[in-house]
Design a protein around this ligand. Structure first.
Ligand code: BGC
Length: 752
């Protein structure tokens, strides 16, 4: 143990001794350790804890001799860096951690953050796909495995889950969230935080989670990333905030990340109201808030801060505790304190929060606890992780159409496989696979091979031209149609054509908005050309967002939504196509018929002109239906479920029991997501037409019936008014229980 750490522990020990002799309720053990350490810190060291740097040099090589890297290197040794991001690998993290622990005066360990978004090395489905499983246990397990692998690579903090609700499929980052619904999104956010943080944060295989991006980032206008957000308080309180609040209340999430956008015309990073009053005040959040990448500095471009010093003043005072890559705090915060523009109490509060999380992770007990090369070797790509990734991938698939039960296929059928994505080992990994290795997914073709399926393949044309990379625009093939002919010829000779079409893995993600939501490039033309010669098409979609596949829905008999399912993609798709697994996913986001309908979502406010009406004066379009292509909560199975016997019982004040019987009336065992929606008929603010307030995933054998019971309480029955007060109002409600947001049995109840 180094001297500084030893000294710290002695002081902490003394304080702990005192704490044991003070009456209960006067601060816990960690608080005392934090206070003891804080008392020893200089202002610069405190500010250092609030500073996060991106990885800046090859840690395995010699120390940087010049420039920015040398600067950062020296800062770590001086104790002016509290955290690093994008440094990984047990050996690399050990080396960098040693710089802080052995060289700085107090030896305070750094916390190592990384975007562990959907798996780590073993990649799980993109978060939107996982959300389609509505399977909270599986989602929690997926995050658990991601944490096990990431922690084995030295990481102890993930910038996930993204709990931003979004109703706009144009926004590239919908792939990173749980979709459009705040109730489902809250449950999934909690499951993910629990998976990352586990039961014991101090264990060496659990990591701190981060609820991001606080708040409203998913409402960027026109679905364009980083664009203006301008929504009303009813939406903030009832739609945007709940998944964040649930992460605090129900999962004790350790950190938050603020966002690039403005909230009521004030950048989130400098938004005192949401960070201090709501998050740390009303909700009692004890962890710390990190800025988004350079979101502090960006306030200059927003026209909200004059310069970097002003950024530091505004952000620190507003409760943004750690600065990611803006260099605002490290350069200016100490001066601002000396000038009296930021109270030292503000700095102390931020540092306390950061140190507390480091103590909870156990970093002070052993700063190198995540740096075990043996563990790293054993755990990365562990067979159990692969198996769980396959299970999660299958659960994430949504069957959108299956006319005449063309699916599942059997191996006797002569099949053609068409589409560049069928042979793609990279796209299925999705966008946020920061630690993932290129081309490591099992492609659809490989999945078919693994399952012993005989097929013939034609690419049908390239999807992308030229190299692809995380930061750069994709070049989509829109001109070369030469591959279509071969595909058409192959389709002519086949009984069934499996067409794997959709988006490249980098079509969605940060900075990847789309103004068109159709199949990119020449794929639509390919699909129509093949359809002309063979109508027995099974369309397998690979995509990071809802797509406007209206033509396909009208013509193609079977459509399987396979998103980007991670490492095990090909195996999962094959097992669904061949009936080895009965699909059970339900859409977490509405599929529009046309991009002009966006934002389209199931729980819109009630308008004054509900339709349809005889005349034109109601909310609709002249040239397109106002209805979605596939609604929220929709998804088919190879079996069928029948809903009967809906019962509603008022048990006590604001306690409504709702039960329904569900029977598997098909011939295969299957899983169903039973969904409950309510509508508050008259309220003191306008309420949505319906809102999801309960769901349960059940498994039924053929002919088996089960009763599903929901209990609606204050938590489900109320809402926030525009002042942020939570109300449960007396009056009439409608309730619907069924298989999607548009189909179910209905009843009513009245709250006294
Ligand atoms: C993203 C964050 C991410 C951060 C660090 C930003 O550009 O908005 O979600 O965690 O980068 O990689």
């Amino acid at each position: 143990m180094n001297n500084k750490l030893f000294f710290t522990l002695i002081v902490s020990g003394l304080i702990l001794f005192q704490a044991c002799n003070t009456p209960a309720g006067q601060g816990d053990e960690i608080d005392d350790k934090v206070e003891a350490l804080l008392a020893q810190m200089t202002l610069e060291e405190k500010v250092g804890q609030m500073n996060q740097y991106n990885g800046f040099y090859d840690v395995t090589g010699p120390a940087p001799a010049e420039g920015d890297a040398k600067h950062k290197y020296e800062h770590i040794k001086n104790g002016w860096v509290g955290s690093m991001l994008n440094v990984r690998g047990a050996a690399e993290v050990r080396k960098m951690q040693a710089l802080a622990v052995d060289s700085s005066r107090l030896g305070i360990p750094m916390i190592f953050g990384f975007d562990v978004i959907h798996g780590h090395k073993t990649l799980s489905p993109i978060p939107l796909a996982e959300a389609a499983s509505w399977d909270l246990a599986a989602i929690e397990k997926s995050a658990r495995i991601a944490a096990i692998e990431a922690s084995a690579e030295g990481i102890n903090w993930t910038f996930a889950p993204m709990v931003d609700i979004s109703r706009d499929a144009r926004w590239g980052r919908v792939m990173e969230g749980a979709g459009e619904d705040t109730y489902l999104g809250s449950k999934i956010g909690v499951a993910r935080v629990n998976g990352f943080q586990g039961d014991d944060l101090s264990a060496n295989n659990t990591i701190a989670a981060c609820a991001k991006h606080f708040a409203g980032y998913g409402f960027a206008e026109a679905g364009m990333d980083y664009n203006t957000v301008d929504v009303g308080m009813a939406t903030y309180y009832n739609v945007i905030f709940p998944p964040f609040k649930a992460a605090v209340d129900e999962a004790d999430v350790k950190t938050f990340m603020n966002s690039f956008n403005i909230v009521n015309a004030i950048p989130a990073t400098a938004n005192k109201h949401i960070q201090r009053d709501i998050l740390k005040g009303d909700w009692g959040f004890k962890g710390y808030v990190i800025s988004d990448w350079s979101s502090g500095r960006e306030m200059i471009d927003h026209g909200y801060a004059r310069d970097l010093k002003h950024v530091a003043e505004l952000a620190a005072n507003a409760g943004s505790d750690m600065d990611m890559e803006s260099y605002a705090y490290v350069n200016h915060l100490a001066d601002l304190v000396r000038e009296g523009k930021v109270n030292e109490g503000v700095v102390d509060d931020a540092v306390r929060r950061i140190l507390r999380v480091k103590y909870e992770l156990g970093l002070f007990d052993d700063p190198f606890k995540y740096c075990d090369e043996k563990r790293e070797k054993e755990l990365i790509y562990h067979a159990d992780h692969m198996e769980a990734a396959l299970d999660m991938a299958k659960r994430s698939i949504v069957l959108l159409k299956n006319e005449n039960n063309i699916l599942p296929l059997n191996k006797d059928k002569k099949i053609a496989v068409i589409g560049a994505l069928a042979d793609d080992k990279d796209s299925p990994l999705g966008n946020w696979r920061m630690a993932g290795e290129d081309n490591t997914a099992i492609s659809v073709l490989e999945g078919l091979d693994n399952y012993g399926v005989k097929y013939k393949y034609a690419e049908g044309g390239k999807l992308i031209t030229g190299p692809t990379a995380f930061p750069f625009e994709l070049k989509v093939n829109t001109t070369d149609k030469s591959g279509i002919k071969e595909a058409v010829n192959l389709a002519k000779q086949s009984e069934v054509v499996v067409m794997v079409l959709g988006e490249h893995g980098l079509h969605s993600g940060e900075g990847r908005g789309r103004a068109n939501l159709g199949l990119p490039g020449v794929q639509q033309e390919l699909l129509e050309a093949v359809y002309k010669v063979n109508k027995n098409i099974v369309l397998v979609l690979m995509n990071g967002r809802p797509l406007t596949i209206t033509w396909a829905d009208e013509h193609v008999p079977a459509i399987v939504e396979a998103w980007q399912l991670g490492t095990q993609t090909g195996n999962a798709v094959t097992q669904v196509l061949y009936g080895e697994y009965n699909p059970s996913g339900k859409l977490p986001m509405t599929f529009p018929r046309h991009v002009g309908q966006v934002p389209i979502y199931y729980n819109q406010f009630r308008t004054g002109r509900p339709g349809p009406k005889h005349e034109v004066f109601w909310p609709h379009y002249m040239d397109e239906s106002e209805k979605p292509l596939y609604p929220f909560g929709y998804g088919l199975s190879y079996t069928e479920f029948d809903y009967t016997n809906l019962k509603v019982n008022l048990k006590a004040k604001n306690q409504v029991e709702v039960s329904v019987s569900v029977t598997n009336i098909g011939s295969k065992a299957g899983e169903e997501v039973v969904q409950l929606y309510i509508n508050d008929k008259v309220a003191s603010i306008v309420r949505p037409v319906k809102e999801l307030k309960g769901f349960e995933k059940i498994k039924l054998e053929p002919s088996q019936t089960t009763t599903v019971t929901f209990m609606l309480t204050d938590k489900e029955l109320g809402f926030y008014n525009n002042q942020g007060e939570y109300l449960v109002e007396a009056g009439d409600f409608e309730v619907m229980v069924g298989t999607s947001s548009v189909s179910g049995l209905k009843d009513k109840f009245t709250l006294e």
